[in-house]
Design a binder for this molecule. Structure first.
Ligand code: SF4
Ligand code: SF4
Length: 148
């Protein structure tokens, strides 16, 4: 299946992928409104790590052996048997952070939904053909590929 891979040699830490991710997951799909008026403010599901001279944008790999799914005991994180994607149902999340501790990539973040803490991670933009972060990256530092 296709997932997003970083190509760190091309990342310049512009953070546009984070802006695109926030906008894509906002109610208004407008970056200014998403940042300034939406409550709660959507948070990015990819994270740019920058330690000069290196930069990389990292997000969920939708692992074949998904340790987050193993760690989650109430079925919040599951594999979609049709698409292969690891899906997160925030309505079920208890905020226990077992998945956060289990993920070897450290890409599950914490979000506040309906005044309660829930887990948050990349969903590969299910309403788009190409994830927003990949589409926006000016340097092709993110690619959407099936590497078998
Ligand atoms: S959240 Fe972490 S462990 Fe779970 S599928 Fe994504 S990268 Fe793998
Ligand atoms: S694929 Fe979509 S959800 Fe995942 S980091 Fe990129 S923009 Fe965010």
């Amino acid at each position: 299946m296709k997932v997003v891979y970083p190509r760190e040699q091309w990342c310049v830490a512009c953070n546009l992928c984070e802006v695109a991710c926030i906008t894509e997951h906002s109610k208004t799909k407008d970056p200014l409104k998403a940042y300034l008026t939406e409550k709660p403010r959507p948070i990015s599901r990819t994270r740019v790590e920058y330690k000069p001279p290196l930069a990389v944008s990292i997000m969920c790999r939708h692992c074949e052996e998904a340790e987050c799914v193993e760690a989650c005991k109430n079925g919040t994180l599951t594999r979609n048997e049709i698409t292969g994607r690891i899906e997160l149902n925030q309505d079920k999340c208890l905020g226990c952070w077992m998945c956060v501790m289990a993920c070897p990539y450290g890409v599950i973040s914490q979000f506040t939904k309906d005044d309660r803490p829930v887990a948050n991670k990349c969903d590969l933009c299910p309403n788009r053909e190409i994830p927003a972060c990949v589409a926006v990256c000016p340097n092709r530092a993110l690619v959407f590929e099936d590497r078998g």
